[in-house]
Design a protein around this ligand. Structure first.
Ligand code: ASP
Ligand code: MG
Length: 438
């Protein structure tokens, strides 16, 4: 079994949806196709929900109308027969009436998640209808019947595997399955989701849950690049990454892959391929446990919007338990720490969630002086820097010798060197590292 996930732009217009078959090539092999909502739909549903939240029913209605017009045109182009068009119209009618009906309800986060789920429900059903119209056999697998998260919003892989396998068994003579990315049920059985961009995560979870042969993530660029193509000229797709390297890069701003989607595949050793719908022959990026070249710099990535906090305290000198008390402050405010560096009398950490920065700062002041720097960027160099390799750190530092560096982190893992710099220096740092390392 292979899992093929297509993102919002890959189903972004009727032409593209029709082209998917040239990639899927239905045949003897069993495949599960995971679809995102049509590009722009989830954003529109977020706006509609926001209008409902603030009680602006007129605005909500206008937004719903606008989105519906797009879908009316969409189905007109997608279907060729009167019957196909009618089925499409009925479907649109049903979902948009449903969305509109929330104007009458008390609107809570529960209702919001139901609205957000409509995009994937629409795209998958439309695709199933389209395949039926042209005589290609497929079966819809309702993600809400198997995709499950627990009280901590963590996926329950055993549950997913058991229920999905059960569904697949009801259609053993069928080879092509279609399901929704992103949406799921939570511990209370309510409709929920895997956060924005979560369709990648769905594909990886399905791959892990049923021990698929391979997961393919089809997007609109040819794999993960070795630097930010919007900033640096001459970037190249990375041919092969380990799971650990991919996890670092997915977190550090390489938008192509949802950060959490690496772990399920890694746990069950399911290879993940990042491929390009616009250029299906391109090799893309393979993510797998073994086989990536040793001792190689793989990629440079950056994450903006970072805040650095330095706690300076002479009490830290020769004390134990100091770091724990510092970290407990962040834990109390559920704020993840990204980078850490320490000296004998000071510790610096970075965060990107600043919602509780004021409270955190107030509590940290009990330990000593606190300095905060906003508008920072983490630049990370990912590669195989295992113990017997050498010289990478000096090449990285040499490339940024003309730039003020606030923090350096090396040795936390064998595959990452991170620098904290001012956001304004990012472009120069990415270019300079690229020239020096590739
Ligand atoms: N449709 C969802 C979003 O836009 C999930 C996804 O596309 O991966 O975030
Ligand atoms: Mg995406």
């Amino acid at each position: 079994m292979k899992i093929l996930k297509f993102g919002g732009t890959s189903v972004g217009n009727p032409e593209r949806i029709k082209n998917l078959l040239s990639i899927i090539q239905p045949g003897d092999e069993k495949q599960i196709v995971v679809l995102s909502a049509v590009a722009g739909t989830t954003n529109a549903l977020v706006e509609i929900s926001q209008a409902f939240i603030i009680g602006d029913k007129q605005k909500a209605e206008a937004l719903i109308k606008g989105l519906r017009l797009k879908y009316d045109a969409f189905i007109d182009d997608l279907f060729a027969t009167v019957e196909g068009k009618n089925n499409g119209k009925e479907l649109i009618e049903y979902h948009f009436n449903f969305i509109q009906s929330f104007a009458q309800e008390l609107f809570t986060p529960i209702e919001e998640k139901i609205i957000l789920a409509q995009g994937e429900l629409l795209s998958t059903t439309l695709y199933h209808f389209y395949l039926t119209e042209i005589g290609v056999r497929s079966k819809l697998l309702p993600a809400l019947d198997f995709m499950k998260i627990d009280e901590d919003n963590e996926p329950v892989i055993d549950y997913i595997g058991e229920h999905l396998t059960g569904l697949l068994k009801t259609a053993t003579d069928n080879n092509l399955f279609i399901t929704q990315g992103y949406i799921c049920r939570n511990a209370f059985g309510e409709i929920d989701n895997l956060r924005r961009g979560g369709s990648d995560y769905t594909a990886s979870l399905i791959g892990a849950a049923i021990r698929a042969e391979e997961v393919q993530i089809w997007t609109d660029i040819d794999g993960m690049h070795n630097n930010d193509p919007r900033i640096v000229k001459g970037t190249k797709p990375i041919a092969h990454l380990t799971f650990d390297e991919a996890a670092e890069l997915a977190y550090f701003g390489a938008k192509i892959l949802h950060p959490q989607s690496v772990f399920p595949a890694q746990r069950y050793n399911i290879p993940v391929r990042l491929l390009n719908t616009m250029d299906p022959e391109a090799a893309g990026t393979l993510i797998s446990e073994n086989g990536a070249a040793k001792g190689e710099v793989r990629s440079i990535a950056a994450k903006d919007g970072i805040t650095a906090i330095r706690i300076h305290s002479s009490r830290m000198l020769l004390a134990f338990g100091f770091l724990r008390r510092v970290f407990e402050v962040f834990e109390r405010y559920k704020t993840p720490i990204d980078m850490i560096t320490t000296s004998e009398v000071a510790v610096s950490v970075t965060i990107d969630d600043t919602r509780f920065l004021g409270d955190i700062e107030r509590e940290l002041k009990d330990f000593g002086s606190v300095e905060i720097d906003v508008d920072q960027t983490i630049v990370c160099v990912v590669g195989d820097f295992s113990l017997n390799t050498h010289g990478y750190a000096s090449r990285v530092l040499d490339a940024v010798k003309h730039i003020p560096v606030r923090m350096i982190s090396y040795g936390g893992s064998n595959f990452n060197i991170s620098l904290l710099i001012k956001a304004v220096d990012k472009v120069e740092v990415l270019r300079s590292l690229h020239n020096r390392l590739f």
